[in-house]
Design a protein around this ligand. Structure first.
Ligand code: AMP
Length: 303
C-alpha cells in the first residue's frame, strides 16, 4: 500500500495500473471516497472494492466545502495513523491524502449543483452541503478516474445525488451503493459516534430501534404520513432526542408519494424513511428503504 498526497503522483501511479490485471485476474480501478476516522462501515466498502477491482484507491479528505459555518469541520475526528493501518488490512493499494491546499489551490469558482434531490432532508438542514459534496466528488472522480466508486446507503440522499450527477454529466464511473453497517446494538456506524456520551449513545438507540419497525408499521397502515408520525413518536421516547427531520420519500427521486404518483416515475419502487436526530450536540442520520409498489400504494394513498 502506498500513501500519496498529490494529484500528480496519484495520476502517475494509476496510469501504470489502469491496464494491468491483479494476481487474481481482476481489472479496473475501484474507489472509496471518505473523510477518514475509518470504521467497519468504511471497511465494508473497501472490502467490496477489493473483491471487485484490480486496484483499490481510498481517499481521506475532510472537505471544508461541505461543512456549514456552524458545523463541526474543525473538530471532525482525525486519526491518520489508525486509518492507514485499517486501509492496509483491507488491502487498499493507494491511499490519497490531499491537503486542502492540494484540492483547492485557489478559491474555487466552479460548483456542481444537483437540483431536485438536494432541497429536502439533509439539503434543507444543511444549506450548501450537497453542492460541496457534488463538487468534491466530481473533483475526486476526475482525479482518480475509477471504473467503480463505492458509497454507503447510510447516506442514501448522497447516493441519489451522486448517481444523478454521474448520469447527467456522463461520467464513466459506475456508482455502487453498499448497505449500512451497524454496531451490535443497531446503531449505524459513523465517525461522529465518538462525540456521544454514554447516556447519549444509549438514548440514540431509539433511532435504529424505531426504524426497524417501519416495515411492519407500513404494512399495517400504508399511509406514509401515519408512518412518519409513528416514527417521530418512537424516536421521541428517548427524552434527549431532538428531531431535525423525519421524512418518508420515494427513492431515488426523493418525492413525496403524492408527487411521485402524479409524475409516474417508473424507477421509484422504494420508500426511503430518513431521519436526522440530535442527541446532545451530535447530529446522527439513519434510514431504512422499504419496498413500495407505486400502483398499489397509489390507490391507498388516494383512498
Ligand atoms: P464519510 O467518511 O462519513 O464521508 O463516509 C465515507 C463513505 O462511507 C460514504 O459513502 C458513507 O456513506 C460510507 N459509510 C459511512 N458510514 C457507513 C456505515 N455505517 N455503513 C456503510 N457505509 C458507511
Amino acid at each position: 500500500m502506498k500513501a500519496v498526497r498529490t494529484i500528480q503522483e496519484l495520476r502517475h501511479e494509476l496510469a501504470e495500473r489502469r491496464t494491468r490485471r491483479s494476481e487474481n485476474g481482476l481489472a479496473g480501478v475501484g474507489f472509496v471516497p471518505t473523510m477518514g476516522y475509518l470504521h467497519a462501515g468504511h471497511a465494508s466498502l473497501l472490502k467490496k472494492a477489493r473483491e471487485e477491482c484490480g486496484t483499490v484507491v481510498l481517499s481521506i479528505f475532510v472537505n471544508p466545502l461541505q461543512f456549514g459555518p456552524n458545523e463541526d469541520f474543525d473538530r471532525y475526528p482525525r486519526d491518520e495513523e489508525k486509518d492507514l493501518r485499517l486501509a492496509e488490512e483491507c488491502g487498499v493499494d493507494f491511499v490519497f491524502l490531499p491537503s486542502a491546499q492540494e484540492m483547492y489551490p485557489r478559491p474555487i469558482r466552479t460548483t456542481v449543483a444537483v437540483s431536485g434531490l438536494t432541497e429536502r432532508l439533509c439539503g434543507a438542514s444543511r444549506p450548501g452541503h450537497f453542492d460541496g459534496v457534488a463538487t468534491v466528488v466530481s473533483k475526486l472522480l476526475n482525479v482518480v478516474q475509477p471504473d467503480r466508486a463505492y458509497f454507503g446507503m447510510k447516506d442514501a440522499q448522497q447516493v441519489a445525488v451522486v448517481q444523478q450527477m454521474t448520469s447527467d454529466l456522463n461520467m464513466p464511473t459506475e456508482i455502487v451503493p453498499c448497505p449500512t453497517l451497524r454496531d451490535a446494538d443497531g446503531l449505524a456506524l459513523s465517525s461522529r459516534n465518538v462525540y456521544l456520551s454514554d447516556e447519549e449513545r444509549r438514548q440514540a438507540l431509539s433511532l435504529p430501534g424505531t426504524l426497524r419497525q417501519a416495515e411492519t408499521w407500513l404494512a399495517e397502515n400504508a399511509d406514509p404520513s401515519a408512518l412518519r408520525d409513528r416514527i417521530m413518536e418512537g424516536i421521541q421516547r428517548s427524552p434527549l432526542a431532538d428531531i431535525d427531520y423525519v421524512e418518508v420519500l420515494t427513492y431515488p427521486s426523493l418525492l413525496t408519494p403524492e408527487e411521485a404518483m402524479r409524475q409516474e416515475l417508473p424507477g421509484d419502487d422504494r420508500l426511503l424513511v430518513a431521519c436526522a436526530v440530535r442527541y446532545g450536540k451530535t447530529r446522527l442520520i439513519d434510514n431504512v428503504l422499504l419496498p413500495w409498489n407505486n400502483e398499489k400504494k397509489g390507490a391507498e394513498v388516494h383512498a
